[in-house]
Ligand binder design. Sequence first.
Ligand SMILES: Nc1nc2c(c(=O)[nH]1)N[C@H]1C(S)=C(S)[C@@H](COP(=O)(O)OP(=O)(O)OC[C@H]3O[C@@H](n4cnc5c(=O)[nH]c(N)nc54)[C@H](O)[C@@H]3O)O[C@H]1N2
Ligand SMILES: Nc1nc2c(c(=O)[nH]1)N[C@H]1C(S)=C(S)[C@@H](COP(=O)(O)OP(=O)(O)OC[C@H]3O[C@@H](n4cnc5c(=O)[nH]c(N)nc54)[C@H](O)[C@@H]3O)O[C@H]1N2
Ligand code: SF4
Ligand SMILES: [Mo]
Length: 763
Amino acid sequence: MGPTRNPAPGADGTHLTTCPLCEAMCGIRVEVSGGRVREIRGDDEDPFSRGHVCPKALALKDLHEDPDRLRRPLRREGSRWHEVGWDEALDEAAARLHRLQAEHGRDAVGVYFGNPTVHNLGLTVAAPFFLRSLRTRNRFSATSVDQLPHMLVAYHMWGHQLLLPVPDLDRTDCLVVVGGNPLASNGSLMTAGGVKRRLQALQARGGRLVVVDPRRTETARLADQHLFIRPGTDALLLLALVHVLCAEDLVRPSPALRRSDGHATLAARAAGFPPERVAAATGVPAGAIRDLARTVASAERAVVYGRMGVSTQAFGALCQWLINAINLLTGNLDRPGGALVGRPAVDLAAVPAALGVGRGSYDRWRTRVRGLPEFGGEVPVATLAEEILTPGDRQIRGLVTVAGNPVLSTPNGRQLDRALAGLETYVAVDLYLNETTRHAHLILPPPSQLERDHFDLALNLVAVRNTAKYSGPVLPRGADARHDHEILFGLVERLEAHRGGGRAPWRRRLQTALLRRLGPAGLVDLGLRLGPHGGGVLGLSPFRRGLTVARLLDQPHGVDLGPQAPSLLARMPRDRRIDLAPAVLLADVDRLEAALPGGSPGSASRSAPVPAAAPLVLVGRRHLRDHNTWLHNVPGLVTGRPRCTLLVHPDDAAARGLVDGAPALVRSRVSEVTVPVEVSDEIMPGVVSLPHGWGHDHAGVRLRVAARHAGASLNDLTDHEAIDPLGGTAVLNGTPVTVMAAAGPGAADCLSTSRLAGPAHHA
Ligand SMILES: Nc1nc2c(c(=O)[nH]1)N[C@H]1C(S)=C(S)[C@@H](COP(=O)(O)OP(=O)(O)OC[C@H]3O[C@@H](n4cnc5c(=O)[nH]c(N)nc54)[C@H](O)[C@@H]3O)O[C@H]1N2
Ligand SMILES: Nc1nc2c(c(=O)[nH]1)N[C@H]1C(S)=C(S)[C@@H](COP(=O)(O)OP(=O)(O)OC[C@H]3O[C@@H](n4cnc5c(=O)[nH]c(N)nc54)[C@H](O)[C@@H]3O)O[C@H]1N2
Ligand code: SF4
Ligand SMILES: [Mo]
């Protein structure tokens, strides 16, 4: 038995909490003595992760203790940084942002929210209010380099962007993973602590795991079957699967099918894509496609799941639509063992749009330069640089980034790097002075991960099982530290004050004051009481001992609320039917088809010219010991052999004279990098793979460990012009490149040409 309550922050003893780094929500035990973290282990009694952790959990200690982590606001003058006090920093930030908006209009300030936002309770709560206060239409986030197609398709199919189907991993008999590598990523839009164990359990109960991926990944190696696929061609494969299901009468009736329209339309469109027609383009034999359709259809319970490889590619929206369609047609949507939408203790999907979390929206406005449509209140981050660089009305002159490093995480990072250098005002809310924030005028750093409350508001929405856990801080926050939400609310108050000529309108003041008063914990408490396991706002009923924050604090391992249950049909807008063939998606099949005869649809869909000799296609990958762009400053995570290597198939290597361990020059339409080659037949011929998140060789960053293992940035090669036009998601997988042997840095080295170009203001 563990303790009944956590010790006070910083007190000696075992503190139970949740690792906030990736989506897996692993319960951890943090041993503290003498005010310091001594050990971090998995929590065997966590009802969700049951002891699982990965090597990154230990990094929480290193992150906290990292001498490079910022502890005080910084202001840049030229290329020099000075510490400033919080009030001074917040006052200046708000005054500068306000001035730009007053002079040039609200859209003159852009904002980017990065990935850690959804892992941070305070930020999840405060972000909508900050956005509402900034009132800019130039809102960007990691969504458009990530899960946007899932949300877009949910919005078009059943009218709610947050009702996202998640594989019911623990009860399915057949899981088809398309473009995801949960053994490295620990699962995404499929929060599943200890995902490997869950996959092995699926196999142990006689189930089947199939992986479709251009690389024989860690997950593919575990799988019962692995199909190599040409990058960017999955929509063809998926259409062919729909074809077989319809042609062979494998469609299974279900409540979801009864509540949907468009079945015949979809079947008619798929009729033109028999497996034989797509086999050559996809590289998947027609027989294997037919078998896969039959396998999915005949399994008692099956589910198809697609992640980054099919979300961030030229036909990402088509892929996610067809995946939902296949699950529906085989009777597996909204069904145990199939795909279920999460209904967590605090149900974000039920939060009214007035609080900033809506059902979604599409094309209410467009980006200024490229005219790309808004989705869910934001625009594609692939357009951020051009919105800064292109003069004119509504040009972005000021920027706020919160928990994001878009120079390394968004396409054509070098262009963005140059754009940021020219901003009139840039305010970063971040823990580090890194590749992106080095351009800021002010950096406002929150305390470390261990110094804050934790509750997973966002991830529980996509969890394979329902649990709830609220943890206070493990360590007291540093003297004079401000939490992310306090920083954002501090900016909101000041912006409102500027606008009201010194005083914000009373209603806004009241609301902000109330929010501050409640704080993230108070809002979670309210959400719990109003949620499916709550006892009501007053919580007075003697018959319903519903969840509250206080009750969760008494159960520091977390509480188990059982498996997910079918709820999509009940929770989608009442007047809605599921649209199996939304017009926008159906129309996009024409684009797919147009790309078919000439081979790779990935390249044909690009609006940018392809380099003359582009025989190879570049995709990304993840490693268990990386986390996006920001854990390379943790010494324990960058040891061992260099991981930032270009995987090349032996045939492709031989044809180009590439040697294992020797450097290669990789060139795309937008730039080039030099990286060591790793010859391996785990990658299919014609495809090369570079990991995402490296490239720490920029001048002026304060990342001393990472700089010694800089690597090159995959996003120096990805092309900002290459987007999925449905929603504007960046094409991060399927970039045409040329590769040649390079004279240059040694095998252990790996650098991008961005090193050569220092930012203008440092010159
Ligand atoms: N080519 C290619 N590009 C990709 C991907 C890919 O697979 N291939 N993956 C994409 C995906 S899925 C994503 S989600 C994005 C991620 O890209 P980003 O949204 O840029 O997120 P991170 O790289 O995680 O950067 C996190 C930043 O937040 C800071 N930070 C960490 N925790 C906190 C906190 O609690 N508060 C604050 N204020 N700051 C914090 C870190 O110091 C770091 O600067 O990258 C995308 N880019
Ligand atoms: N260790 C670690 N864990 C992480 C992260 C991390 O950086 N490191 N990042 C977190 C984040 S923000 C996210 S969003 C998730 C992502 O989680 P995943 O999507 O599971 O992770 P990826 O490794 O990006 O998997 C993408 C796979 O798609 C394949 N692929 C590329 N192109 C194509 C294609 O055209 N078709 C098909 N079928 N496959 C293709 C790649 O080879 C790769 O295996 O991971 C999260 N967890
Ligand atoms: S898998 Fe690793 S990084 Fe992800 S939550 Fe668990 S311990 Fe943290
Ligand atoms: Mo992500």
